[in-house]
Design a protein around this ligand. Structure first.
Ligand SMILES: NC(=O)c1ccc[n+]([C@@H]2O[C@H](COP(=O)([O-])OP(=O)(O)OC[C@H]3O[C@@H](n4cnc5c(N)ncnc54)[C@H](OP(=O)(O)O)[C@@H]3O)[C@@H](O)[C@H]2O)c1
Length: 349
């Protein structure tokens, strides 16, 4: 039986801001709260694998990886030297569960494979606030419920750790049953490298709303909409598909790298004056009233549980986005990109 998405509990996850924004670093943080616990990691995808490898290198011994039956990730986890167990076995064994499976599966995983078997007092750690903020998981009163978010893609967690660095970390406590939840959150984040660059406090609400909004309107949805529409406009103007793809899609990386390393003002200073002048002519027109309406709608869906409900229900109905993915593959813009990449890299990527 799957629990319906509940409204966010008033007074628990409604808080948007925190009192202090001062970061903590490795030198401020004791790793014992994580090193002394039996830790099971659910999922061995981008974040699961990176966290497991970094935590082990930071002295967390005996980590078990919990995977669903028939998981394609089993071979990789075993090749990395981890013991793979079932989710119920992990729930019965662990002092702390790091739930690094897809967010949309959390409700099913929790209800069917963790909650009925869990060891009393077991802490639950997530690296995105989605399932807790929207009430997909109703935490038992004896559990510490912790957000330990290293901000960025999972692969980058391990890459930065191997360089002796980390991704910026954000921690929050939804429920502190043991009185040690804060220390556990900080120890976990420090052990995956975030203590090298700074660990900031946040709230489940802030992290969830910000993450969803950013990826929907800029990083994924906004960027893809701009790239597709601008490519189509150039091709309609008679520009070759290859040239249009280069100017509207392929070069995004160079601009993104400049913004990441120098900021928006620094990017403007680094590019040609012609590009900067042209961009300044159009920036305000793109960010006009229609865009504001789109943003307001997206924010309203995220702040209510409308977006979360729609996504989890779509996922649980099966075959989510299968048709959209097939349709995307068939678009001319994909053929243009594949052709370009085969010329640049010598093989179709
Ligand atoms: N803090 C941040 O900035 C940040 C950034 C990205 C992601 N995240 C969070 O990290 C978590 C994991 O994301 P990811 O990028 O690592 O995802 P991912 O690479 O897609 O891996 C997802 C894992 O979940 C497992 N899984 C999916 N459905 C499952 C089910 N029904 N039962 C059991 N396991 C299931 C998959 O198992 P199989 O291997 O068996 O397929 C896979 O190992 C999510 O909470 C996500 O929001 C946080």
């Amino acid at each position: 039986m799957i629990r319906p998405i509940g409204p966010t509990k008033p007074g628990v996850s409604r808080q948007m801001t925190v009192e202090t924004t001062e970061p903590l670093y490795t030198r401020d943080i004791d790793l014992k709260p994580i090193q002394s616990r039996r830790l099971a990691i659910v999922g061995y995808g981008n974040h699961g694998r990176s966290h497991a490898l970094c935590l082990r290198d930071s002295g967390v011994s005996g980590i078990r990886i919990a995977l669903r039956e028939g998981s394609p990730s089993r071979a990789k986890a075993e090749a990395d030297g981890f013991e793979v167990v079932s989710l119920p076995d992990a729930a019965a064994w662990a002092d702390a569960i790091s739930l690094l499976a897809a967010d949309e599966a959390h409700r099913q995983i929790w209800t069917e494979a963790i909650e009925p078997y869990r060891k009393p007092g077991q802490a639950l750690i997530v690296c995105h606030g989605f399932s807790i903020h929207y009430g997909l998981i109703a935490p038992p009163a004896d559990a510490d419920i912790i957000l330990a978010a290293a901000k960025g893609p999972g692969g980058a967690v391990r890459q930065e750790f191997e360089k002796g660095s980390g991704l910026i970390g954000f921690w929050a406590v939804h429920q502190d049953a043991s009185g040690q939840a804060r220390e556990l959150a900080l120890a976990y984040l420090s052990a995956i490298g975030s203590g090298q660059v700074g660990i900031f406090p946040t709230t489940f609400r802030e992290e969830t709303v910000s993450d969803l909004f950013g990826e929907q309107v800029v990083l994924v949805g906004g960027l893809v909409a701009l790239a597709k529409a601008s490519y189509e406009r150039l091709v309609a103007a008679g520009v070759s598909e290859r040239m249009a793809y280069i100017d509207c899609v392929h070069e995004i990386k160079y601009l993104a790298d400049l913004i990441q390393s120098r900021g928006i003002a620094g990017m403007y200073e680094a590019i040609s004056d012609t590009a900067e002048f042209g961009a300044r002519q159009i920036e305000d027109r793109i960010a006009g009233p229609e865009l504001k309406r789109v943003f307001d709608d997206a924010m309203a869906d995220i702040e209510s549980d409308r977006f979360a409900r729609k996504w989890v229900e779509t996922y649980e109905a099966g075959d989510a986005m299968k048709a959209e993915r097939a349709a995307d593959r068939a678009l001319p813009i994909e053929a243009a990109g594949a052709e370009l990449r085969s010329r640049i890299y010598g093989a179709t990527k």
